[in-house]
Design a protein around this ligand. Structure first.
Ligand code: BES
Ligand code: MN
Ligand code: ZN
Length: 492
């Protein structure tokens, strides 16, 4: 679907006009209502739609309006309207129209948008709602196939809005990339294939370096390599660098990229849990998508990404419970559960980021613990940090981007729970606080660097979504909060 900004509405199959709470018409809605002799107001009065956010009313275009249909979309209270409201409303409109048969649509934001980002955020909502992962469906019935090909957003200052949309369209592309990666099955998206897709970011100006098992062995990255021992696929580390910020110290994003998590010899049960584990590279997908967005919009910042790509499989060569590995940092780890593998991958990836890239701060993303889903359901990702200022910045980036995080505690008492009697630490804690002990484990590899860990097990995929911006399953969660964080805190 093509999305564009214009200063005046083109003719289209569907015209989408906003209304506010208590059936207040937007300027565009008023214009159409007058042209149609009050037909819009009559339709509203005959319905239960009052203009609440998320409400829509679809009608055959009455005489006097040159279109096939009119879609009224609720924006809620006029004084509370913001960019996020427009993002949601545009997504709702696309959700209604995408497979409706309409080929073209015009969203009339004239009279109610601010030049900086309102129309562009509507564009983002439209793009998110138009996303599909249909490549593997060979028999999709005609009426399930998207019909909508063009979506025009009418803005007051079309030039400024088009410029803002050019940047936000790159964010949409980053989210789409992250969703694609999470949805790809593990027989297709194994570590080397993921690395190839990371490498393709060179097309937008990202420098990409891939380390294989030989290179990682030279660096003693045995924590990461141990996880991949049981796999027929070679483990990889992809390092992506966007240098848009001169000689400033980089922000480093680190991602867990377990392309499939069978649990290893501690095979994951029940089978319903393993069924979803092609998505266990959601952290790496978010980091890759964020680099795609940040490079695509040519951000004036230095942002690097490090993703550890492995497959966790049971095999004669697989690591065993009780094994002890020496991580690249020199710290030893007693592996008591081979299903607690994400922290092992991140231990060496964080070490690599810290010692080789010398970042001013690190943010890691990982589908790390089932316990995080128990804590937060699918509403928030968990935030852990050794730095209050960084935590605050992420909380507000999450609010602005509508990818919400909830801060969780860290502390000595939790740290003690991963002490091992025989090595420096063990890879599982006690009975409670599973997400926290996992975060404490990571903290042992970040030293003094300001660091935040986002446990995105709750949000990387959803089995059911009521949000028109999200498809079933892969959400692409993380791209928007990271992009926003960089926008607000790292750009010159
Ligand atoms: N990838 C899983 C965590 C997960 C579970 C993500 C459900 C998304 C949905 C992780 O590798 C894992 O298996 N964690 C274990 C840790 C335990 C063995 C200490 C868990 O959460 O059960
Ligand atoms: Mn696991
Ligand atoms: Zn895992």
């Amino acid at each position: 679907m093509e999305i564009r900004i214009s200063g005046a509405p083109s003719k289209a199959d569907a015209v989408v006009v906003p209304i506010f709470e208590n059936r207040k018409l937007s300027p565009a809605a008023k214009q159409l209502d007058e042209a149609a002799d009050g037909a819009l107001v009559r339709a509203l009065e005959g319905s239960r739609v009052t203009g609440k956010p998320g409400q829509t009313l679809e009608m055959i275009a009455p005489n006097g309006i040159d279109a096939g249909r009119v879609l009224l979309v609720g924006l809620g209270e006029k004084k509370e309207l913001d960019a996020l409201g427009l993002e949601r409303a545009a997504a709702g409109a696309v959700g209604k129209l995408l497979t409706s048969g309409a080929v073209s649509a015009v969203l009339r934001l004239d009279g109610i948008n601010r030049a900086d980002e309102d129309a562009a955020r509507a564009g983002l909502g439209a793009a998110l709602a138009a996303y599909r992962f249909d490549g593997y469906r060979t028999t999709l019935p005609d009426d399930k196939r998207p019909s909508l090909k063009s979506f025009e957003i009418v803005a007051d200052d079309a030039d400024a809005a088009a410029k803002a949309w050019a940047a936000w369209s790159e964010v949409a592309a980053g989210v789409a990339l992250a969703r694609d990666l999470v949805s790809e099955p593990a027989n297709v998206l194994h570590p080397e294939e993921f690395a190839r897709r990371a490498k393709s970011l060179e097309a937008v100006g990202v420098e990409v370096e891939i380390l294989g098992e030989k290179e990682m062995a030279k660096l003693n990255m045995n924590a990461l390599l141990g996880v991949g021992l049981g796999s027929a696929r070679e483990s990889q580390l992809a390092v992506m660098k966007w240098n848009g910020g001169g000689d400033s110290e980089p922000v480093c994003l680190v991602g867990k990229g377990v392309c499939f998590d069978s649990g290893g010899l501690n095979v994951k049960t029940p089978y319903e849990f393993m069924m979803e584990m092609k998505g266990d590279m959601g952290g790496a997908a978010a980091v890759t998508g964020a680099l795609r967005a940040i490079a695509g919009r040519k951000a004036k910042a230095n942002v690097y990404g490090v993703i550890g790509l492995v497959e966790n499989m049971p095999d004669a060569k697989a690591q065993r419970p009780g094994d002890i590995v020496t991580s690249a940092s020199g710290q030893t780890i007693e592996i008591l559960n081979t299903d607690a593998e994400g922290r092992l991958v991140l231990a060496d990836a964080l070490w690599y980021a810290r010692t080789k890239l010398k970042p001013r701060l690190m943010i890691d993303l990982a589908t790390l613990t089932g316990a995080m889903v128990i804590s937060l359901a699918n509403e928030y990702a968990g935030l852990f940090s050794n730095d209050d200022a960084l935590a605050k910045q992420l909380l507000s980036a999450g609010d602005a981007a509508d990818e919400k995080v909830w801060r969780m505690p860290l502390g000595k008492a939790y740290d003690k729970m991963i002490d091992s009697p025989i090595a420096d630490m063990k890879n599982v804690g006690g009975k409670g606080g599973g997400s926290i002990t996992a975060a404490q484990f990571l903290k042992r590899f970040v030293d003094k660097t300001p660091w935040a860990h986002l446990d995105i097990a709750p949000t990387a995929w959803k089995n059911k979504s009521e949000d028109p911006r999200e498809p079933t399953w892969a959400t692409g969660w993380g791209v928007r909060i990271l992009d926003r964080f960089v926008r607000d805190n790292a750009e010159s």
